[in-house]
Structures are given as structure tokens and as C-alpha cells.
Design a protein around this ligand. Structure first.
Ligand code: GLA
Length: 405
């Protein structure tokens, strides 16, 4: 106990995670939203959490172009473990579903130039009841190092009052590995609305969940966006190279979203400088969703090296069915911005948009060229006060890059 306390003190002095990774938001695939805790390989061998699923996804990421546009990490979530630690206290994967072990899986993923992510929990148990890392932090980080893991999501179900200290100890041991492991922390989301120490989490973690869990529903996606509208404790300010707010996985290509809603989630996640983790069956994804996920113009906005998260610039009602909002984020290219207009209203008739670049806080007197990031088409040069004329259907988003003339 004294030892751990000293380590925490030492980490406080050393300061922060020092791994040089996630200088732009990490991109990849994550198991949870789409595949959940499906451990029934007997009846559902294609979809259960297993080495086969990870290897299938790795093959798709390589073959179908995802890796080429930046998706790199393949991350297991809850339910990969055996229910018991082994005799020396180490975590072990479920032997039937991961017969060759995690190192084998990491080697396979690495052979394609991809990286492997894994999930732990800071409490006594994971959210689904598998062994937690409390009292085993050093041992578990050692396992990750031995296996060659590249990203770690640490959850916080059943975490106690010393939750954040546990993450600090974890950060200390991750630093000790010398291995660049992306450290994704869930404790802001577990603590909920009263969480305010964004400065602290940005020092300790490469990304952190702060909003509610995503599900396969537009309502939930929009609820997360509303959290970003509120921007409680000005959390947007703490996003930047090496440390990102994480609004949870992308559900593009799953069952529930319309084309416009998919554009909205992907486009707004790009504006939020969010980690882009697809949670979708890449073996069966429809072409339109795949093309969206591969859209290089949108990804370039997300991956802009300045790493400044978008802020809401204006918002007004469109009928009594909801709000239309305008967002902007500066881009690295001098004087350039990305702008988004999100129609959160459910009114059937498309919302007539006539916002001006001035409404987005832009100031270049000569005006700007606007390009639609989804289809690459130019909207032409616009003076500062010239309306951007659009008709935006319910739940759809306009996303544009804006370059000074
Ligand atoms: C929590 C997390 C999710 C997922 C599950 C796993 O709900 O927020 O992202 O990791 O646990 O059980």
C-alpha cells in the first residue's frame, strides 16, 4: 500500500503520460456497441467475441481500404477474459474463444501494420463481471506489455472512492513500459455530471469518455451531441494533440441511422476532434456507409493537426420540432476553418439555411471559398455577409471547409 502511495506521489511529480501517441485523434474499430458481450460461439460463431472476429475485422481493415485512410487500432472491449485469473494472478483470455492467446492476436494484427487495443476495468469487476484490475494494476500492465498491446481502455464499473488514484497508478506503470500504449480512460463518464477536472484527465489520459454510452439510436447520438452543446466546464478546451474528449463509438453502418443521420454522426465527430472508432460489422457493411467512413475530406477535418475541438457558434429553433446549430473549428491551414450546420429538428420539411460566414465568427473581409466536405463540391466564393443557402433535411448535417480568398 505504502509502495503504491509512493508511486502515486512520484507520478504526481513526474506529471503526465509521456507516450507520444494520439497526436491526432486515434482511429480504428471497437467491439462494444455492435458486438456487445456475445460469448455464444457455439450458436453464433461469426459474431461472438473471439479471435476469429478480431482477425476477420483486421482482414477487412486491411483489404477494404480502412487502414489506408487512417483506421489503425482494433480494440477488444469487455468479455474477452476468462472468468478467473490464472494461478499466478495474471489475466487470461477465455480459452475457447481465444485459443491462441492475446500475443498471437497482437502478432496477427501487427503483421498487417495494425494495432491491438484491449479493455480492463479499474474496479473489482468489469461491467460484465469479469476480473477487475483493482489490486492487480502492475501485473495487468505487465501482461499488456508481454502481449504487445497498443491501446488500453480502462473502464470504471464497481470503482470505489480511490478510482482516480487507480488510473494514476495505471498511468505510472504504462509510462514504465516505455511502450507507446494509447490510454483511454472512462472515469469522467463514470463520475458523471459533477466531473470537472478536465485538466487532470488531459494530463493523465490520451482520451476519455465523458458522455453517456452510445447505442444504435439517433436519439442517443443526438443526446451525446447535446452534451457537446452544453460543453460543461468548458471541456472542449482540453482537447488537443495527445489528449481527446471521446463521445464514444461510431454507429455508422449499423441498423438504425438514416443516411443523413450517419452523415451527422460522422461529420460532428470530425468536428469534435473525436477518436473515430467504428463499431460495425465490416464484413457486411452497406456501400454508402463504407464510403462515408472512408471519406478523406471528413477524416482530414477530424485529423487536423491543430486538434482544436469545434465550438457551437449559433443555434435557433426550426419549428417546435428542435434546433438547428452552427459549429466552427479552426484548421491548421492558415485562416481556414471547418464549419458544420446540424439540423437536429424532426420537422419533415427541410430547414432553409441562410447563415453567413460572419455568423460562424469568421472575419476575412475578402470572404472565403466553401467546399462541401461530404461530396467535395464547391459552393463557390462567399463574402462574409452572403448567406450560405441550403435546404437541410431533418437530422442531416452540412459539413464544409472554408478557405480564405
Ligand atoms: C461501459 C462502457 C462501455 C463498455 C461497457 C462494457 O458501459 O461505458 O463503453 O465498455 O461498459 O461492459
Amino acid at each position: 500500500m505504502v509502495f503504491v502511495f509512493l508511486l502515486v506521489l512520484l507520478f504526481d511529480v513526474v506529471g503526465c503520460l509521456d507516450n507520444g501517441v494520439a497526436l491526432t485523434p486515434p482511429m480504428g474499430w471497437m467491439q462494444w456497441e455492435r458486438f456487445r458481450c456475445n460469448i455464444d460461439c457455439k450458436n453464433d460463431p461469426e459474431n461472438c467475441i473471439s479471435e476469429k472476429l478480431v482477425m476477420d475485422i483486421a482482414d477487412r481493415m486491411e483489404r477494404d481500404g480502412y487502414q489506408d485512410v487512417g483506421y489503425t487500432y482494433i480494440s477488444l472491449d469487455d468479455c474477452w477474459m476468462s472468468e478467473e485469473r490464472d494461478s499466478d494472478g495474471s489475466l487470461q483470455p477465455d480459452k475457447d474463444r481465444f485459443p491462441h492467446g492475446i500475443k498471437y492476436l497482437a502478432d496477427y494484427v501487427h503483421s498487417k501494420g495494425l494495432k491491438l487495443g484491449i479493455y480492463l476495468d479499474m474496479g473489482l469487476k468489469t461491467c460484465k463481471g469479469y476480473p477487475g484490475s483493482k489490486f492487480y494494476i502492475q501485473r495487468d500492465v505487465q501482461s499488456l506489455q508481454e502481449w504487445g498491446v497498443d491501446m488500453l481502455k480502462v473502464d470504471c464499473c464497481s470503482g470505489g472512492s480511490d478510482l482516480i488514484k487507480g488510473y494514476e497508478v495505471m498511468g505510472f506503470f504504462l509510462n514504465q513500459t516505455g511502450r507507446p500504449i494509447v490510454f483511454s480512460c472512462s472515469y469522467p463518464a463514470c463520475i458523471g455530471n459533477q466531473f470537472s477536472d478536465y485538466m487532470g484527465v488531459a494530463k493523465l489520459c490520451n482520451s476519455w469518455r465523458n458522455a453517456i454510452d452510445i447505442t444504435d439510436s439517433w436519439d442517443r447520438v443526438y443526446q451525446v451531441m447535446q452534451f457537446y452543446v452544453l460543453n460543461t466546464h468548458n471541456f472542449a478546451r482540453y482537447s488537443g494533440p495527445g489528449h481527446w474528449n471521446d463521445p464514444d463509438e461510431l454507429i455508422v453502418g449499423d441498423y438504425s441511422l438514416s443516411d443523413g443521420e450517419e452523415r451527422s454522426q460522422f461529420g460532428m465527430w470530425a468536428m469534435f476532434a473525436a477518436p473515430l472508432f467504428m463499431s460495425v460489422d465490416l464484413r457486411n457493411i452497406k456501400p454508402s456507409s463504407r464510403n462515408l467512413l472512408l471519406n478523406k475530406r471528413v477524416i482530414a477535418i477530424n485529423q487536423d493537426p491543430l486538434g482544436i475541438q469545434a465550438q457551437i457558434m449559433w443555434q435557433h429553433a426550426w419549428t417546435d420540432q428542435g434546433m438547428v446549430s452552427g459549429w466552427a473549428r479552426p484548421l491548421v491551414k492558415k485562416g481556414s476553418y471547418a464549419i458544420a450546420i446540424l439540423n437536429g429538428s424532426s420537422y419533415g420539411m427541410p430547414a432553409p439555411i441562410n447563415a453567413t460566414l460572419q455568423d460562424f465568427g469568421l472575419t476575412n473581409q475578402d470572404g472565403y471559398n466553401i467546399t462541401d466536405a461530404f461530396d467535395g463540391l464547391s459552393l463557390g466564393p462567399h463574402k462574409l455577409t452572403q448567406p450560405i443557402l441550403l435546404k437541410l433535411p431533418a437530422h442531416d448535417t452540412f459539413l464544409g471547409t472554408v478557405v480564405p480568398l
